[in-house]
Design a protein around this ligand. Structure first.
Ligand SMILES: [Zn+2]
Length: 236
C-alpha cells in the first residue's frame, strides 16, 4: 500500500499535468515546466541593459528633471508587444504572479548591478484607493514587495499615497493645497524618509512625469537619495 506522502506527490504530479502554470506572457500551456515562460516567449523577452549601463533609457529620460542615484527597467515596452500583453494581464486580469516573478528577476539584476546600492526602503508608485479596491491590488506594490523579498528591504506602500483630488482640503496649508491639487500625491510619514535611500518602483515608465513628481515628494520628505526600478520602459 502506498504511503500518504507518495500518494500526495502522485496527486501533485497529476495536478501539474491537468492544471499546469500558464506562461506569464502568452497564457498558453508552457512546453517546459522549469520556467515561468514557455520557451518561445522566454526567447522573445526584450531584456534591457540598464543594470550594467549608467546612461540608459531610464536615467537619460529623467536627466535634468530629477536627481536619481540610478534607474533601470527590466524590459523594453513596445506597443502590441509581449511586454504590453504581460502588463495588461498583471493590471487587469488578476495575474499578480507576473509582478512577483518579474520582481524576482529584477531584484537579482539589481543585486549584480555596479550602479545600484541597497536601498533602505522601497516605495511603490501609488494608485487611487478606489482603483485599488476594484483591482484588488496595486501592481507596483506587488512588484516592489517581490523585489524587497530578494533584497531583504521592506516595501512600504503606506508612506507615499495617492489622494483623490477632491479630498477635503481643510487643515492643509495653501501650499499643500496647491501641491495636492497639482499632483494628488502625499507623503503620510515624512519622518520615515529622512536621510534614507529610497527605491521607487513602478510598472512602466513612459513620459516619466509620475516618477518625477513622486521623486520630488520623496526628496521634500527628507530622503537622501532616490533610485528607480520599473518592470518596463517604453521605447522612445
Ligand atoms: Zn509563452
Amino acid at each position: 500500500m502506498k504511503s500518504a506522502a507518495s500518494m500526495k506527490s502522485m496527486l501533485d504530479k497529476i495536478s501539474e499535468v491537468l492544471f499546469p502554470d500558464l506562461c506569464l506572457a502568452c497564457s498558453e500551456v508552457p512546453k517546459s515546466y522549469d520556467a515561468h515562460f514557455c520557451t518561445d516567449c522566454l526567447g522573445m523577452l526584450p531584456f534591457t541593459d540598464h543594470f550594467g549601463v549608467k546612461q540608459n533609457a531610464v536615467t537619460m529620460h529623467l536627466a535634468g528633471r530629477v536627481n536619481i542615484d540610478h534607474g533601470a527597467a527590466l524590459l523594453t515596452f513596445r506597443k502590441e508587444g509581449i511586454v504590453q500583453k504581460m502588463l495588461h494581464q498583471l493590471k487587469y486580469k488578476g495575474r499578480y504572479e507576473i509582478g512577483e516573478i518579474l520582481g524576482k528577476m529584477s531584484a537579482t539584476r539589481y543585486q549584480d548591478s555596479p550602479y545600484f546600492s541597497r536601498p533602505d526602503v522601497i516605495l511603490p508608485v501609488p494608485i487611487h484607493a478606489t482603483k485599488q479596491r476594484i483591482r484588488g491590488y496595486n501592481q507596483s506594490e506587488i512588484f516592489g514587495t517581490s523585489v524587497g523579498q530578494v533584497l531583504n528591504v521592506s516595501c512600504e506602500p503606506e508612506i507615499l499615497v495617492k489622494i483623490k483630488k477632491t479630498e477635503s482640503q481643510t487643515g492643509k496649508s495653501r501650499t499643500q493645497r496647491v501641491e495636492n491639487v497639482a499632483e494628488g500625491f502625499w507623503i503620510s510619514t515624512p519622518e520615515r524618509l529622512v536621510n534614507q535611500h529610497v527605491l521607487l518602483v513602478d510598472d512602466v515608465i513612459t513620459t516619466g512625469a509620475t516618477l518625477e513628481a513622486c521623486c520630488q515628494y520623496i526628496y521634500d520628505g527628507g530622503a537622501a537619495k532616490v533610485s528607480i526600478l520599473c518592470i518596463a520602459a517604453a521605447e522612445n
